[in-house]
Structures are given as C-alpha cells and as structure tokens.
Design a protein around this ligand. Structure first.
Ligand SMILES: Nc1ncnc2c1ncn2[C@@H]1O[C@H](COP(=O)(O)OP(=O)(O)O)[C@@H](O)[C@H]1O
Ligand SMILES: [Mg+2]
Length: 258
C-alpha cells in the first residue's frame, strides 16, 4: 500500500532539440509526501504523466517499487485539477468505475469505506451535477484510491476550488493519507499548500526542468499554517522560485508581487 518512486536521469523531448525534462532525478520513500514547485510550462505535468504511464518515450528510468513504468497500472492513482467524473454515473459508480470484475466482488465494502474517508457517506446515489466543486474532487480522490494504489500522483488537484474549500481538502487528503499511507507526489503552484502537506518540496528549474533544490519540511502534523518556521520556509521557497524563473504564483490572498 506504500511504494518507492525512483526517477533516475529522466529526460524527455516532444520535439527534437527542445527538451522538456533534462536529467531529472528524485527518489521518494514509502509514505513520503513530496511536492513539485516550478515555473508554468516547465514540465511538471509531463513528469507525472510519464510516472503514470500515460506518456512514453523518455530517457532514463522511472521505477515504482523497482519496476519500470511501462503503461498505466493500478498501483498508481491519479488526481487532476478537474474531477473528470462521468456525468451519467452516480458517486458510487464513479468511484468504482476503474475496477475490474474481480475487485467488484468487494466493491460494496470498498465504496462504503472510501466514501466515509472522503466524507461523502450518504451521497452514494448523487450524480456529479448535484455536487459542489469540493465534493466532486473528493469523489475523484476516492476513485483514485479505489484500486488501493501504493502511489498517488496529484496534478494541481485543488487549484479550481475556493481558498477555504482548498484548505479543507488539504486536511482531508492528509487524513486519508494517515490511514492509507500511500506515497504522494503532488504538483502545485501554491507554496502554502506545498508546505502544509509535504515532507519535502522539490523546486524545479524552468524548461528544461531539472531538480534545482530540495527543501525539507521537518514539522509535525497537523501543521500550523502560520507557524514561524512555515513563514520562514515560505519566504525561502518564494525566493528559490523567483530564481527558478516562476512568472506567476498564488497563495492565500497574499500578493507575492512576482
Ligand atoms: N503532448 C505534447 N506535445 C508537445 N508538447 C507538449 C506536450 N505536452 C506538453 N508539451 C509541452 O511541454 C512543456 C511542459 O508542459 P507541462 O508538462 O504541461 O508543463 P507544466 O505542467 O509544468 O506547466 C510545455 O512547453 C508544453 O507545451
Ligand atoms: Mg501542468
């Protein structure tokens, strides 16, 4: 239920001579939470797509528990900025959509457990159009966890919801992680989000992306978002990103002036 991710010397180009990733290295331990921060367009989503097996043709190695990633697998759960739910399926059936026939024998219990963990008990029969943005993302989280993956990859998962919902979703994500202990790699533009959630924050350079710096967030959870050490790390990361060339950043209502 908890996997190691190894990204070794990974380079990727879509067009010859225009690399998106260059010699990128990162190792993530079981149950660790790592955030990727970096300029827009530097290749963060490309890296997650490679790790999920949705994108191919790269140099270097992408390993999950020592196995090369060759195609999408049930060992990796995915969550995106949009919930990507099927509008004609209920909450329960969206959550169970990706399961095969064998899994479906235990489906009832699993759906119930996941709905409880994402605080959607009682919503099993609702349709996506009846959900708020935050509820829809909680369904997407439950769906991503339905195969009980050892890795959860999240690509700006809370960027489309308001600031308060976003904080609640972060707290909920941590509460689910505390029970299931999957390894998480999270792309975000939000320094506060990275600091609240992560054990380590990897700052990427502009395109072609490589890991420029890794910042350890050695604070116990639940974290106080306004603790002095959080503010210090925030200022530090902001500067690291400024140097990396980030053109636009967001925080909770704080104008960064970049
Ligand atoms: N399928 C693709 N074909 C060609 N270029 C792509 C493709 N996917 C991404 N790119 C390019 O790769 C670069 C990195 O994209 P992406 O990984 O989405 O960046 P990020 O998520 O960091 O904003 C961008 O310049 C983008 O245009
Ligand atoms: Mg992206």
């Amino acid at each position: 239920m908890s996997s190691t991710i190894r990204i070794e010397h990974v380079s990727k180009s879509f067009e010859a001579g225009k690399p998106v990733l260059r010699d990128l290295n990162l190792e993530i331990r079981p149950s660790e939470i790592v955030s990727l921060l970096g300029p827009s367009g530097c290749g963060k989503s490309t890296l997650l797509r490679l790790l999920s097996g949705l994108e191919r043709d790269h140099e270097g190695h992408l390993l999950i528990d020592g196995q090369e990633v060759l195609a999408p697998t049930r060992a990796v759960g995915l969550m995106f900025q949009e919930p990507r739910l099927l509008p004609w399926l209920t909450v329960r059936n969206n959550i169970l959509f990706g399961l095969n026939a064998r899994d479906r024998r235990q489906a009832d219990g699993l759906a119930q457990e996941l709905m409880e963990q994402v605080q959607l008990s009682g919503c099993a029969d609702l349709l996506p159009r009846q959900l708020s943005g935050g509820m829809a993302q909680r369904v997407a989280l439950a769906r991503a966890l339905a195969t009980e993956p050892g890795v959860l990859l999240l690509d700006e998962p809370f960027s489309a919801v308001d600031a308060l919902t976003r904080m609640r979703l972060q707290e909920l994500l941590l509460s689910v992680w505390q029970r299931r202990r999957f390894t998480m790699l999270l792309v975000t533009h939000d320094i506060d989000e990275a600091l609240y959630l992560s054990d380590r924050v990897a700052v990427l350079s502009g395109r072609p992306a490589t890991v420029r710096e890794i910042v350890h967030v050695d604070l116990p959870r639940p974290r106080d978002r306004r603790a002095a050490e959080m503010l210090r790390l925030r200022a530090y990361l902001l500067e690291a990103l400024r140097i990396a060339g980030a053109p636009q950043l967001t925080g909770y209502g704080t104008p960064f002036g970049v």
